[in-house]
Design a protein. Structure first.
Ligand SMILES: [Zn+2]
Length: 52
């Protein structure tokens, strides 16, 4: 039983970094939708602990 929530976001430009627009190394955890590179910067503002 797979729940494909991703289907909702197809074609809506949500599967890419909302900061720099890249789709590489995208982090979808916490509904951030940002790449690992931007995550480091965002983590400072969002006060996240080190990811993985
Ligand atoms: Zn980015």
């Amino acid at each position: 039983m797979k729940v494909r929530n991703e289907e909702k976001f197809k074609g809506r430009g949500m599967r890419m970094c909302r900061i720099c627009g890249t789709s590489r190394g995208l982090i979808r955890s916490h509904k951030l939708y940002i790449c690992r590179r931007c995550f480091r910067e965002a983590a400072k503002s969002l006060n996240f602990k080190k990811y993985g």
